[in-house]
Design a protein around this ligand. Structure first.
Ligand code: SF4
Length: 432
């Protein structure tokens, strides 16, 4: 048993889970390969938050059946949000799958690999931080979620909120920085609720303050915030800590109070608008992104227009808009009729996407002529690619190897989704 293949779909949390499992398998002596056909262990890390993600998992999983027939000793595992507390139904549908593992439940696979290799994996596997990380890296700091939004399956699959100890997270960030990581994003479904479940209480503001002291780390981000937990302390920490990027992802989900109540989002539209005002007043140059669902059960055209108005009024830097689809097992699936026609949902999403594209065309065009600090992540099609502190994607050409450098780039042209520019000086600006 020498090789593994990991396929991942879904949110940043899934990507982080896969990186951590990959790290554990590497510590057991396996190496990662690009093709499932070349692997002794194949893991599919699944997502069921949207129907199209679930469809892709099913197609990919079905493709594993002939691979398993080719080699009976190949291990095939399904991990992630598709796996609930009971896996009997999945086992009936996919009898060739050896293991079904809930999110972050790496133990069964590590037990099996350890057994085949004749190793005690718990003695071999240390920190799960990736051994060869990219310039930017995710650190999960909370598992699960204590809220029960009616449309969401995550609490049923990832369980209730459990925060990781603060010192463990800081040690992991130090290790990652020593391995060349320049930017970490701390992750949680409600990342701003970090710490309230820990004994001796701490919070995200305190964690960010500690992370700000980690040597060789340039930038810190956090994802995803919930409006109910966005405290003054946290807003002020973002404003004053130099390494914390001025970017907040703050899902609204709907611009209509009745829809918000049916979603069990515990705030009103005006609470949200007031919160955005406070963040913008306190954090100079902050960029804001949001998530929005259109076509939620019972959403009328008028209620949808309240979402349109909100997006026009607040002019976000990014809007992730999803057309509602029923997720079996959620409160909405059990108690509400999915009564907005599919076509209407698609039209509503298109209207939001068009509106947001126009907003971004305007706001990004206003950046032409400005100098921005870019952390260079990698290259694509002969151009360096990186992000500003405000999470704008920037491309530029330069013959030097700039991966992992902070470079000052003058913006020369802009589209709705990215910016193009030129480095302003002959040498990169190695900011601390
Ligand atoms: S806050 Fe709501 S949408 Fe987010 S993970 Fe928790 S239940 Fe799901």
């Amino acid at each position: 048993m020498e090789t593994f293949h990991l396929w991942t779909i879904g949110c940043q949390m899934n990507k982080a889970d896969s990186e951590r499992l990959g790290s554990a398998l590497e510590q057991l002596g396996l190496h990662q390969v690009d093709r499932a056909a070349d692997a002794d262990v194949v893991v599919l890390n699944s997502c069921v938050v949207r129907q199209n993600a679930e469809d892709k998992v099913v197609v990919n999983l079905s493709n594993m059946a002939p691979l398993k027939r080719q080699r009976e000793d190949r291990v095939v595992a399904l991990m992630g949000c598709m796996v609930g507390p009971k896996s009997d139904e999945l086992a009936r549908r996919f009898p060739f799958v050896d293991l079904f593992m809930r999110p972050q439940d790496y133990g069964p696979l590590l037990d099996l690999v350890g057994e085949r290799l004749g190793l005690d994996w718990e003695g071999c596997v240390g920190s799960l931080a990736p051994s060869q990380p990219d310039v930017t890296c995710y650190i999960p700091i909370i598992h699960g979620c204590d809220l029960m939004c009616t449309f969401c399956i995550i609490p049923y699959r990832r369980g209730r909120q459990v925060s990781r100890p603060l010192d463990e997270i800081v040690r992991e960030a130090e290790l990652l920085a020593a391995r060349g990581v320049k930017e970490v994003t701390v992750l949680g479904q409600t990342v701003d609720a970090y710490g309230y479940d820990l004994e001796g209480k701490t919070d995200l503001a305190e964690l960010l303050t500690e992370l700000n002291e980690v040597p060789d780390l340039n930038r810190i981000r956090f994802l995803t915030s919930h409006p109910s937990f966005m405290s003054e302390r946290l807003i002020e920490a973002v404003a004053k800590l130099p390494k914390v990027c001025e970017h907040v992802n703050l899902p609204i989900q709907s611009g209509d109070d009745e829809v918000l109540a049916r979603m069990r989002r515990p705030y009103t539209r005006s609470d949200y608008v007031e919160l955005v005002g406070r963040i913008r007043d306190t954090v100079h140059g902050v960029s804001l992104s949001t998530d929005l669902i259109v076509g939620f059960p019972g959403e009328t055209e008028e209620q949808f227009q309240h979402s349109v108005d909100l997006i026009s009024e607040l002019r976000f830097d990014k809007v992730h808009c999803a057309a509602y689809s029923t997720r079996p097992g959620t409160i909405a699936a059990r108690t509400m009729e999915d009564d907005v026609p599919h076509e209407a949902k698609l039209h509503r999403r298109e209207e939001i996407d068009r509106l947001q594209e126009n907003i971004l065309s305007e706001t990004n065009s206003a950046m032409i002529g400005q100098d921005v600090e870019v952390l260079v992540e990698d290259s694509r099609k002969g151009k360096w690619r990186g992000r500003t502190r405000s999470d704008k994607l920037v491309f530029f050409q330069d013959s030097r190897d700039l991966r992992g450098e902070l470079v000052t780039v003058g913006i020369t042209s802009a589209g709705p989704w990215s910016l193009q520019g030129e480095p302003t000086v002959g040498r990169p600006n190695l900011a601390g």
